[in-house]
Design a protein around this ligand. Structure first.
Ligand code: ADP
Length: 358
């Protein structure tokens, strides 16, 4: 178990491409942290630099108290699980799990004990004699985890470990991973492009875009107080709605004005809004913070229902704001009914709206 510090970490590839621009992340001992962001934002590059599979071009990497920039991979006390699992197909589950210990010349008796402990932890005892081909996708994934855990690494690095599994199994393995982390208490860095995976698994999430850290925080902080439009749009499903408009002041009252109506700016946002006066801004609001009003009222925008999506537990309305092509999403209860293609109104929970610079 160890603390992991990335201080101003940079990566410049040999072709001159700057993939990581000075990343600062301080990961506590025992913390489960996710690096999340769209494809190409340098999640894997960052993970590979921590693992020692990729040179660090600048900054300082600390594992525990040790500066690890130039430490060989094998001396970093790190184990990594890859997307592909990379199991040896001709070896049994036990041999796969024990492989790293054998390389380290750990005596057979101790090896056996540790393999049993690791297989117990991932709930695979009794399957030690099987070959990987005789296991389900989820079981193979757990063998790969056991093979990393058995080395008792200070830090466990996981690179999209669930992406080869079908949707249902992914959700099951999410719970398993969380359970294993609780038992093991190790520091975990988890790379994923899937925001829901990051939200459900992590103590904290680091959101990256184009090699830069956009925000780091607990899932709740990130969801409720996104620092910018990128984070707001990336986290949450369905995504946050964005509406373009201006901030205006009228007899001392600050409001957001767009083609479809006017929204009062709550006290909480008034300082921020004052700095945006007469500027083009984006108002952000999540589907669950919108509701429908048949009649016009304060803080409502005129819109029509284009499509209704039924999920069973919640339903979603895709709505067209008057004069705007982009649709917005409103979450409603399954027993709510509204007419299609007729002018109605979308109402906002003012406590939950966000303002972003354009
Ligand atoms: P992610 O894991 O977030 O999808 P990567 O870390 O794989 O992103 O890649 C980050 C960026 O670095 C991408 O733009 C990618 O094209 C670039 N990149 C990755 N490997 C190399 C390399 N060996 N040489 C040059 N550019 C690279």
């Amino acid at each position: 178990m160890a603390r992991l510090e990335l201080n101003n970490i940079q990566k410049v590839y040999p072709n001159g491409f700057v993939a990581v621009h000075g990343l600062d992340i301080d990961i506590k001992d025992g913390e489960f942290i996710s690096l999340v962001g769209p494809s190409g934002c340098a999640k894997s590059t960052t993970l590979r630099m921590i693992a020692g599979l990729e040179d660090i071009s600048g900054g300082e990497l600390k594992i525990g108290d040790l500066v690890a920039n130039d430490l060989p991979s094998k001396d970093r006390g790190i184990a990594m699980v890859f997307q592909s699992y990379a199991l040896f197909p001709h070896m049994s589950v036990e041999a796969n799990v024990g492989f790293g210990l054998k390389i380290k010349k750990v005596p057979l008796e101790i090896r056996k004990e540790k393999i049993k402990w690791a297989l117990d932890l991932v709930d695979l005892n009794g399957l030690g004699d099987r070959k990987p081909s005789e296991l389900s996708g989820g079981q193979r994934q757990r063998v790969a985890l056991a093979r990393a855990i058995v080395l008792e690494p200070q830090v466990l690095l996981l690179d999209e470990p669930l992406s080869n599994l079908d949707a249902k199994l992914r959700i099951k393995m999410r719970v398993e991973l969380k359970r294993i982390h609780k038992k093991l208490g190790s520091t975990i860095v988890y790379v994923t492009h899937d925001q829901s995976e990051a939200m459900t698994l992590s103590d904290r999430i680091a959101i990256m875009n184009a090699g830069e850290l956009m925000q780091i925080g607990t899932p709740n902080e990130i969801y409720n107080s996104p620092k910018n439009k990128f984070v707001a749009g990336f986290i949450g499903s369905p995504s946050m709605n964005f509406i373009s408009g201006n901030i205006v002041e009228d007899s001392g009252k600050i409001s957001f004005q767009c083609k479809q109506g006017k929204i009062n700016i709550p006290e909480r946002l008034s300082e921020k809004a004052k700095g945006m006066l007469n500027k083009q801004v984006t108002l952000g609001v999540r589907p669950e913070d919108l509701s429908i009003s048949i009649d016009e009222a304060d803080n409502c925008l005129a819109a029509t229902v284009v499509v209704r999506e039924t999920l069973g537990s919640d339903d979603f309305l895709a709505m067209e704001l008057e004069g705007v092509k982009d649709l917005i999403t409103v979450r409603i209860q399954p027993d709510e009914n509204y007419p299609l293609d007729k002018k109605i109104f979308v109402k906002m929970d003012l406590n939950k709206i966000h303002l972003f610079d354009e």
